[in-house]
Design a binder for this molecule. Structure first.
Ligand SMILES: *Cc1c(COP(=O)(O)O)cnc(C)c1O
Length: 421
């Protein structure tokens, strides 16, 4: 459920009419609902109720400071994958003891930044990284809490570009090798081994890969405890999928996901961490665009929007489906026609949908892409020197621009022509 509904024939974000935002901000823009963000966060809280837990929002899915503040104020932790995301979490007011640092290529500078600013735990992905953390922590005179990210060799059955839990993927330490790396970690100065981390992929629509991975983590917990390690925290990653269409998809509910966690690791007495991104932010956002032209092609009509692949990369990058709806509510049973929905960028890959059945739209009409709150604005670029798409946050009957559209002058001012040219 989200808070983007038609009222009096016009699409609203909570109590704000989308055309009112378009008039104030111009198109294209992203708009997020605080009520939907909060609702999704609470679904995970309910799913893990009664277990000692921390829900660490995956900042990479939507890193806007205002979005992070909404979640941080509800008590969420943050899962960051770069020094920049660490700074975002800090700037949103989230204390270091609620920030976990994931990612396969942390640099020494990023490790130092997190150790100086405070960190709940590093999810360590390799032995060289482990040794670097030990060196830097020792030099700073601090202790680094760590979990090793293990690769459980489980097929997440999702898009190959976002599957991370198979042995051929770059992520984690092979689970068969975990015992020896834990032994090394325990012997290193400046390192406190607190737990185990796993993350098998994103947009999972089946619970069985989670069950398989978490069961392996449970077995490993027992083994490592027998080896003398004080395993007290399990980070089970993110990845729960969302419905991208209203018609035929019904991914598992957070409550059922919570049940899998209870059944697999619930009896170990560990604190549970999860790192959901998409499920919290995905359906909390729309991308709103205007129709520039309707162009008649051969055997098809093109709906040319002012949003493009640089604003929302998922369709061109993953072949992803987003529902596209008219902001003016279509008359039930009214006329429709198939459109190829495209952007203005000079690539054929700049195609959002083919033969999508939509109401008869005309230049100037507004459309909205649903499920655009995760991996939308964060993946945007200024390809074709299209200004970075702005973001808007709605709460009840008010809204605010939470990232402004840069002017052409601001864009050009970032480049420098050397004096010797
Ligand atoms: C991407 C990622 C997540 C979030 O995945 P979602 O599918 O958005 O829930 C969590 N943890 C790690 C380590 C990730 O890389």
């Amino acid at each position: 459920m989200d808070h983007f509904l038609y009222r009096n024939g016009v699409l609203h974000a909570e109590d704000v009419a989308i055309p009112a935002i378009a008039a104030a901000v111009g198109t294209p823009f992203y708009v997020y609902s605080t009520a939907t963000l909060a609702r999704h966060y609470r679904l995970f809280q309910e799913a893990l109720a009664g277990m000692d837990h921390l829900i660490c929002f995956a900042v990479k899915s939507n890193g806007n400071l205002a979005v992070l503040k909404v979640l941080g104020d509800l008590g969420a932790g943050m899962d960051v994958v770069s020094g920049g995301e660490y700074r975002r979490a800090q700037a949103a007011g989230v204390p270091g003891n609620r920030i976990v640092f994931s990612g396969v290529g942390k640099t020494r500078e990023e490790i130092r930044l997190a150790l100086e600013g405070g960190i709940r735990q590093f999810n360590v992905e390799s032995e060289p990284e482990l040794r670097a953390i030990s060196e830097i922590a020792t030099a700073l005179g601090v202790t680094a809490p760590i979990a090793l990210r293990v690769n459980p060799d489980v097929d997440a059955k999702t898009h190959e570009k976002i599957a991370t839990g198979k042995s051929e993927n770059k992520f984690g330490i092979p689970i068969a090798k975990a015992r020896s790396v834990y032994a090394e970690a325990a012997a290193l100065p400046g390192i406190d081994v607190v737990g185990i981390d796993v993350h098998i992929g994103s947009q999972l629509t089946d619970l069985e890969p989670f069950r398989a991975a978490f069961s392996k983590v449970a077995d490993l917990t027992r083994t490592l405890r027998a080896d003398g390690h004080n395993i007290r925290r399990l980070d089970l990653g993110g990845g729960l999928g969302i419905p991208y269409t209203r018609s035929n998809e019904a991914p598992p509910l957070p409550l059922d996901y919570g049940q899998v966690i209870r059944e697999t690791v619930g009896d170990l007495g560990c604190e549970i961490e999860i790192e959901p991104g998409r499920l919290i932010s995905g359906n909390a956002g729309l991308l709103v665009a205007s129709v520039i032209w309707v162009k008649e092609g051969e055997g098809r009509d093109f709906l040319i929007l002012d949003a493009a692949m640089n604003d929302l990369a998922r369709p061109s990058m993953y072949g992803a489906h987003h529902d596209i709806i008219a902001v003016a509510e279509p008359v039930p049973g009214g006329p429709t026609q198939p459109f190829d929905v495209v952007g203005p960028v000079c690539e054929t890959g700049d195609t959002f949908a083919r033969a999508r059945e939509l109401s008869l739209l005309a230049p100037g009409d507004l459309v909205a892409f649903r499920s655009a709150g995760a991996y939308g604005a964060v993946m945007a670029s200024e390809y074709n020197t299209r200004p970075l798409v702005p973001e808007v946050l709605v709460a009840g009957d008010h809204f605010a621009v939470i990232r402004a559209r840069p002017s052409f002058d601001e864009i050009l001012a970032r480049d420098t022509i050397p004096v010797w040219l």
